[in-house]
Design a protein around this ligand. Structure first.
Ligand SMILES: [Zn+2]
Length: 358
């Protein structure tokens, strides 16, 4: 029954999206059927207007959308940063942004190749320009967005679904069972959006920088060097003094499984030369505190130094991940509650040191 309600709601959302705003005929998404994993109720996104016409886009929890994104509303079109975790999430963002603005989507920027930022690309028609670093295109073309990092986050879902389904069967407290059923439906819908997904790469690439002068705005897409991945770009709006940072700079510790810790710290130095008041990150809330650049640089440099020392002692990456002590950074990163780091971060660091990093 609730499945049916969700389906009906999707149909309602879909139908609404077919109605263009008065006086305009936005190029909508409505002619194409909804992608797999589109069963959810209510809006998938909330939009916070940080400066006029520039929004931070975050998932409401109705649908797994992966990363946060940004919406730049220009005179005659919209630019989105990130296509999110799946075609279903990309489609939701597109439809909801069109509802919000009545303007067609012209540009999408992928800040990097990670699945939670770029797996929605296939939801867009060819006329939408999807922009990313040439490394991002290469990684997606070569299956890199479905590699170890994807496996790390998505590979365990079928087992979680089985466990949850089993729990649902065994729970006789009505309230608890309903809650578990909701979680199960969410997870099944999420997995449906990833299973069989064929990622598409950006159709426009850059190697260092490009600037869009369009719809009354100047939008700079900038690459400063390797960091969170080999091809992170940021979007800088100089007039609005906004920096959309992807995962290169977050208000918390970023995922490090594909990173280059030492180079990352150097790359972050370049951000200090840009003029901005607001940072819109790929995860976490918008922030203004520029000291966060220093915090991440200090963490990355210490991590590299300490990991290198443990590597030199002949430890395995698993042992080193347990042993490394980063607790002196806990004031800046409250998620550090004791010694140790996630294993994949150390595995990556050891691969860099061994010269085997992919
Ligand atoms: Zn990422």
């Amino acid at each position: 029954m609730r499945y049916l309600a969700a389906l009906l709601l999707c149909l309602v959302v879909w139908t609404c999206a077919e109605l263009p705003e008065a006086g305009q005929e936005p190029e909508g998404s409505a002619e194409t059927p909804l992608p797999p994993g589109s069963l959810y109720e209510g809006p998938a996104f909330e939009f916070e207007e940080v400066v006029p016409g520039v929004f931070h886009a975050r998932g409401t929890g109705a649908l797994n959308v992966g990363s946060h994104g940004a919406v730049v509303v220009n005179d005659d079109h919209v630019l989105l940063v990130e296509s999110h975790i799946s075609p279903a999430a990309a489609r939701a963002a597109w439809d909801e942004v069109m509802e919000l603005t009545g303007k067609p989507l012209r540009y999408v920027v992928n800040t990097h190749f990670h699945f939670d930022h770029a797996h929605g690309n296939s939801a867009y028609p060819d006329e939408v320009q999807v922009i990313g670093h040439e490394f991002t295109r290469e990684m997606i073309e070569n299956g890199g967005s479905m590699g170890r990092s994807w496996e790390n986050f998505v590979g365990g879902i079928p087992d979680q679904i089985t466990e949850l389904a089993d729990l649902v069967m065994r729970t006789d407290i009505e309230e608890e069972r309903l809650e578990l059923e909701d979680r199960l439906a969410f997870l099944e819908n999420y997995y449906a959006s990833q299973e069989g997904l064929e990622p598409e790469s950006p159709n426009t690439t850059l190697s260092e920088r490009m600037t869009l002068f369009a719809g009354g705005r100047e939008m700079r897409i900038l690459f400063f060097g390797r960091g969170h991945t080999g091809g992170d770009v940021v979007v800088h709006l100089p007039a609005e003094r906004v920096l959309i940072s992807g995962d290169l700079l977050l208000p918390r510790l970023p995922f490090m499984g594909d990173g280059y810790p030492g180079e990352w710290a150097e790359t972050l130095e370049h951000l200090k030369g840009l003029e901005f008041d607001w940072i819109l990150p790929g995860h976490g809330d918008p922030f203004q505190d520029r000291e966060r650049i220093d915090h991440l640089q200090a963490y990355l440099r210490d991590f590299e130094e300490r990991a290198t020392a443990l590597h030199a002692q002949g430890l395995s990456y698993q042992e080193a991940a347990l042993r490394i002590d980063m607790t002196d950074h806990a004031d800046n990163y409250p998620q550090i509650i004791g010694p140790g780091v996630v294993e994949i971060a150390m595995q990556r660091m050891f691969e860099l040191l061994d010269g085997t990093a992919g």
